[in-house]
Design a protein around this ligand. Structure first.
Ligand SMILES: NCC(=O)N[C@H]1[C@@H](O)[C@H](n2cnc3c(N)ncnc32)O[C@@H]1CO
Length: 147
């Protein structure tokens, strides 16, 4: 999994067109979203993650918690983003991984939004620009090589 973490004044999105034949079903309310004072986490779930999705979820949540603690962010935006890797996991597995990450972050006490999966989306982001505001992380299941 590849993650781009941006500590932001706000992130807002608006759903545009379908990017998959069968995108995640969403309500009208989910067609747009915004969080302020947020750690935005853009995530590409990768083919290698399919060997142990649960381990990748655990490792991703640990990394996100660590960065959130460093930048003192209490809100997380989980953002599916298929542009950080050329070896993407299948959509059905990727969605499950992102849903589990969202669930576990909520269990940890964060306020969490997740942008809809399988759509093109317009988004606006205001990066805070401090030294830890732009970070990336790569996560692989045990036994897999980083490509
Ligand atoms: N910017 C718009 C967009 O990325 N849209 C992506 C994601 O929402 C989602 N998606 C599909 N596969 C994946 C994956 N492996 N990891 C993350 N998201 C995925 O499906 C869309 C088309 O690839």
């Amino acid at each position: 999994m590849r993650m781009l973490l941006i500590h932001s004044d706000y992130l807002e999105y608006e759903v545009r067109d379908k990017a998959l034949k069968n995108p995640e079903p969403i309500s009208d309310e989910q067609k747009r979203g915004r969080l302020e004072e947020v750690l935005a986490v853009f995530m590409s779930v990768e083919k290698a993650d399919e060997s142990n999705p649960d381990e990748v979820v655990e490792k991703a949540v640990k990394e996100i918690k660590d960065v959130a603690s460093q930048v003192k962010a209490e809100r997380i935006f989980v953002y599916p983003f298929a542009h950080l890797s050329s070896e993407l996991a299948k959509p059905d597995i990727a969605l499950k991984v992102l849903q589990k990450i969202e669930e576990k972050l909520k269990e940890e006490g964060f306020e969490v939004k997740r942008a809809p999966f399988g759509y093109y989306k317009a988004f606006k982001l205001s990066c805070k620009g401090h030294p830890l505001a732009e970070l990336s992380r790569t996560i692989v299941p045990s036994g897999e090589a980083v490509s």
